[in-house]
Design a protein around this ligand. Sequence first.
Ligand SMILES: [Zn+2]
Length: 196
Amino acid sequence: MIFKDIIGNEKNKELLKRIIDTNNIAHSYMFVGKESIGKLLFAKEFAKAILCLNQEKPCYKCKSCIEFDSYNNPDFIILQPEENSIKIDQIRELTKKVYEKPVVSNKKVYIINDSDCMTKEAQNCLLKTLEEPPEYVTIILIASSENLFLPTIKSRCTKIQFKNLTKEELAEVLKQKYNYTNVSEITFNIAQRKRK
Ligand SMILES: [Zn+2]
């Protein structure tokens, strides 16, 4: 099941699953919300599902899914900031590749992480692709704030807002990530001892 290992933002899971199920995939999305709440995890799983070659997306076993999981899928790229910003050269490189047809899948997905640190020049360069994307491409911009984007970029993207995690969800994340149960057991033991 898609998003089964991701904690929180249940509404967005439903929304993105519906997009996959109905194959109603837009060319550009903006995932907006505070840092460290799972936006990149959501984007990767969504990308994997878009690229999957089977009916049940993602199937975790087709060529596209396997190559995705081993960071080898040629139809998928994550762009990261270099020295705290995403520069025009990086976007130029990306937009050049956008026009090369998909190799493994029928689609291509690009994630631009921390895209709110794109320079104005980089944004203007990206805008051309957002205005006339090849039909097989989907671009996901991940950002903690919308404020630094050109209005023309924002208007081209389908916005998906992510909420902060609840205390319970956060505890669950810690448990998964750092095996936090053990820590709480230790704390519990100490508390018990103190009481005696
Ligand atoms: Zn698959």
